[in-house]
Design a protein around this ligand. Structure first.
Ligand code: PRX
Length: 649
């Protein structure tokens, strides 16, 4: 077991917000769902599978005989892209808008379901022409543009699992992922717009490809028009290859357990984990939760997940969930403050967004910028607000409710993880009376609990480790190429129970409060990173002898990265230059999101007699607290030295 959960003492939250009557009267979800699922969980999941069109019906809902390897909807066959696109067109919804695309620089595109079918079919034909076959992995490193969705769905159509790499990751992060899952085909773009400037993406891929000779082709979408280097024979323009393809393509049905995608996420060691999601269960999980938690009324809602497709939130709630439910979504390329701090609210007003889903870190930025900014826009179209990615502090929750939701919109704080595939703990709008800061209850069909060290459920009012006691359809199936790590990470703490790695508390009403990671995983602005990953990057620098990284509390980003570094003797007294050199080194080895907030040069690190770094003590320093118990340190004077050094610097 890892560190004890950091249970911040929560006084009981007495503010509750019952669902508005009108909302409750028309809500997709009802309170009976909980009873139905509790009475017959497997039957409930069988029922939910009807949201999907199966080419061949499944014969068994769940096969859990080879624990922890679950198989859902066994014997069923389906095509994910068909479910997201073709069937809606066949049902007469071809003219419905799938996406309102808003480029950061103000360019727009409206893509109907018929348009989507055409574009995805052409892309699938192009991939086939280029030799991509069922089972081949395809890496996608793109900005937030419609072609990213076309590329993902084209892969799904062919049964070629995609691995989307967040556009902020560095060349070496791309190379690691490409090599880990044996990618031979990469889709990217010349760049995207970020903070008013074109960013380079193809150039980063080029750098990564130096290390990836097995990649045959790089297909490049022209977005910014900037100059790019070109490797003849390997690089191809999307418009040259895709535009000339036939607009029809017949999708093939794949086994329910056929891999749909791999999404890399940080774990407790340096190497990111390739989290594998398969087709049937994932699609059921995303469409069910999107329907129930977001109360989707596809004929009238305009839905907006303001996240990046490069993270699981984008996969499940920009692409697969909304499309499976024939929803109209907004797809926004850029940042919330470009060209001005009201950009999101301008978009809400322009497209009459009715449901908004975003991360607490964004809400905290808006709070800092002031309520006057959203007040200038007409936000009356909003009817539901969602939060994801990190604990939402009650002040941010209240601000979101009041200043964005006008006091009338239910707020759903949704807890889940890349591994979960879809939301597991959340209020049901129209049913649940919410409390600011609580994700409230496991969804119908989800059996979550909070365990103590011995695997016993904690009493109400107590904290422990968040676990899921029964399998669920959209759960990860394994870690790509590393079944052992899959079993060890999630299934070894408690037998046959999924260990989420989060600390949680159940209050005296039985509601869940997720408190954050209990392992060496950081959560910066809702993005997961491991201390080990950043430490490895630092230690790879020739001037660094040793490094320790901790996550310190940060008002805006939730946690911030604080690094403690011992320099090699040859580099000692390097001063500020070394610090900025190391910060940019981490930036270029992992990506800007991993840049430490500060780097403290220290003479030594606190270690136990067995040599384990005591990050808890460094966290005390980083959070400006009195340093805790040092008796287990091999050398108890180390902390004095560190603090003295910091005070003098
Ligand atoms: O610590 C939890 C936090 O984010 C982690 C999962 O990160 P990731 O796999 O990147 O997925 C993020 C988006 C689904 C969790 O282990 N987390 C996510 N949502 C919440 C949360 N913590 C508290 N409350 C949430 N609503």
């Amino acid at each position: 077991m890892t560190n004890n959960p950091t249970i911040t003492e929560l006084s009981h939250e007495d503010r509750t917000f019952p669902p508005p009557e009108e909302f409750a009267a028309n809500a997709n979800a009802t309170a009976e769902e909980y009873d139905k699922a509790a009475a017959d969980r497997i039957g409930y999941w069988e029922e939910q599978a009807k949201r999907i069109t199966w080419d061949t019906p499944f014969d068994t809902v769940l096969d859990w005989s080879d624990k922890p390897n679950a198989q859902w909807y066994v014997g069923g066959k389906l095509n994910a892209a068909y479910n997201c696109v073709d069937r809606h067109v066949e049902n007469g919804l071809g003219d419905r808008v799938a996406y309102y695309f808003e480029g950061e620089s103000g360019d727009t595109r409206t893509i109907t379901y018929s348009d989507l079918l055409r574009e995805v079919s052409k892309a699938a034909n192009a991939l086939t022409e280029l030799g991509v076959k069922t089972g081949d992995r395809v890496a996608i490193y793109m900005p937030m543009i419609p072609e990213t969705v076309f590329a993902m769905l084209a892969c799904a159509r062919l049964g070629a699992p995609h691995t989307v790499i967040f556009g902020g990751f560095s060349a070496s992060a791309i190379a690691d992922r490409v090599k880990d899952c044996g990618v031979e085909f990469v889709i990217t773009s010349d760049g995207g717009y970020r903070k008013g400037k074109p960013s380079g993406l193809k150039s980063v891929v080029d750098e990564a490809m130096v290390d990836c000779p097995e990649v045959r082709n790089v297909l490049v979408v022209r977005r910014t028009g900037q100059d790019v280097d070109w490797k003849e024979g390997r690089d191809l323009w999307w418009h040259d290859v895709v535009d000339r393809q036939s607009e029809t393509h017949t999708p093939e049905a794949f086994d329910s357990e056929h891999p749909l995608y791999i999404m890399y996420s940080s774990g407790t060691t340096g190497k990111p984990k390739g989290i594998l999601h398969t087709t049937g269960g994932y699609l059921v999980g995303t469409s069910f939760t999107h329907w129930t938690v977001f109360d989707i009324k596809p004929e009238s809602d305009v839905y907006w997940t303001a996240a990046d497709i490069g993270w699981v939130t984008g996969h499940s709630y920009i692409v697969y969930g909304p499309l499976a439910n024939a929803t109209t979504s907004v797809l926004y390329e850029g940042t919330p403050d470009t060209p001005h701090r009201g950009r999101w609210w301008e978009i809400v007003e322009k497209y009459k967004v009715s449901i908004l889903y975003c991360a607490p870190t964004a809400i905290r930025s808006f709070m800092k910028w002031g309520r006057d900014i959203p007040a200038k826009f007409d936000l009356s179209s909003l009817r539901l607000l969602g939060s994801v990615g990190e604990p939402i502090n009650p002040e941010a929750w209240m601000w979101y409710r009041e200043h964005i939701g006008g006091g009338r919109c239910p707020v759903v704080d949704t807890w889940w993880q890349t591994e979960n595939g879809s939301i597991l703990i959340s209020p049901l709008p129209g049913v649940t009376s919410t409390k600011p800061g609580s994700a409230m209850r496991p969804l119908p069909g989800i059996v979550a609990d909070v365990f103590d060290d011995e695997g016993r459920s904690v009493e109400p009012g107590n904290g422990g480790y968040l676990v899921i006691k029964e399998p669920w359809p959209s759960m990860l199936r394994t870690l790509w190429g590393d079944e052992e790590r899959f079993e060890k990470t999630y299934w070894s703490q408690y037998p046959e129970v999924y260990f989420a790695g989060d600390g949680a508390k159940i209050d005296r009403d039985g509601d869940f409060w997720v408190l954050g990671r209990v392992d060496d995983v950081l959560n910066v602005s809702g993005h997961r990173m491991s201390t080990a990953e950043i430490e490895s990057a630092l230690v790879a620098h020739p001037k660094v002898a040793e490094a320790a990284v901790v996550g310190a509390r940060d008002e805006m980003t939730g946690q911030a990265i604080e690094a403690f570094v011992i320099l090699r003797e040859s580099a000692a007294d390097g001063g500020d230059d070394v610090v900025s050199e190391l910060r940019s080194h981490v930036r270029s080895s992992i990506g800007p999101i991993a840049t430490p907030r500060s780097i403290m040069l220290v003479p030594d690190l606190p270690k136990t007699r067995s040599g384990k770094i005591m990050r808890r003590l460094l966290k005390d320093v980083a959070e400006n607290r009195e340093v805790g118990d040092v008796t287990t340190l091999a050398d108890s004077s180390v902390m004095d030295l560190i603090q003295k050094g910091i005070a003098e610097s």
